[in-house]
Ligand binder design. Sequence first.
Ligand code: 3EB
Length: 343
Amino acid sequence: MTARLPLTTPPLRVQRLSLAQGLALAADSPALFGALGYGTPDGLAWMPTVNARVLTGGPPMADVWHASEHIESGTTGVVRWRCDGHWMLGAIDLDENVEQSGVAALAERAYRDLFTALEATGCAHLLRIWNYLPQINGDGGGMERYRQFNAGRQQAFVDAGQAAFDGAPAACALGIHQGALSIRFLAGRTAPLAVENPRQVSAYRYPPAYGPRAPTFSRAALAEIGGGDVALFISGTASIVGHETVHVGQLLPQVEETLRNLAAVIAAANARTSAVFDLSALDCVVYVRHAADAPLVRQALEAALGPAAHTVSHAVYLEADICRQDLLVEIEAHAVARGALHP
Ligand code: 3EB
């Protein structure tokens, strides 16, 4: 399972920057690979944005990805992508009003094209997916829209012969207030190592009470990214123990439970690699259902990790709906550390 990267693979790098820093960098490096922007303007081809409000007064931010300078841009169906032959960043924005289809069909279509795009570039393995669905908790004609999304997503994975259960990619799925179904993804030429959280039932095995088709994601993924580094991609993590939401209606206990879940999934990841990941050294995105809660969440993270922790000083806070009505907060993250996957 843990395939080695060919020695010729250009190392994948990521930097978390303000929008202004990201634009300055782009002006200096014409072959910039790509970026995922948070609250950034729409229309920069190399920086698909997350259409959500940045909270706590922070500036728009971007995670800027670098690989080699030989970047090709392309379009496959509804997918726009950039690829250097080893690493690929892609984006899908599908407006259901234009497409005139329900959410399940929309998700299925998006993912079908996504898998076709992976085939087209040879970057066949998803490392990480970011999903943003307008009105995620809204009713989609008898079933919640998130549950419809899950149905279409799982169907597309199964139809494409992709791992829909064990070995599914790391992901997050958040609700934006308006706009298109937006999917962003990072892919490579070798399969990452999926990591589960011992405190939580695997999401792809959630019981049918959460919808007829389970969500398709692993709790985290580890990937060698070249140059002697390993990346850890942590999926959206919330106040869920087993398969149940805990601390319903209680913001700070939900934050604390989320931190316990992050610590547990990091420990599970550390057992699979010589790299050492730490809760205090993440580039995280904190999704908050109620904008007014953001300062309280920030205080809680500062209290738990210390104000100097990288995780605290580099956190991006976004206003978003969480995929379960009873969740108030969710945290996702990535980190890079020296090391290799255990063979
Ligand atoms: C959870 O643990 C919270 O549907 O892709 C987290 C990460 C969540 C990813 C997804 C959903 C997804 O179930 C929700």
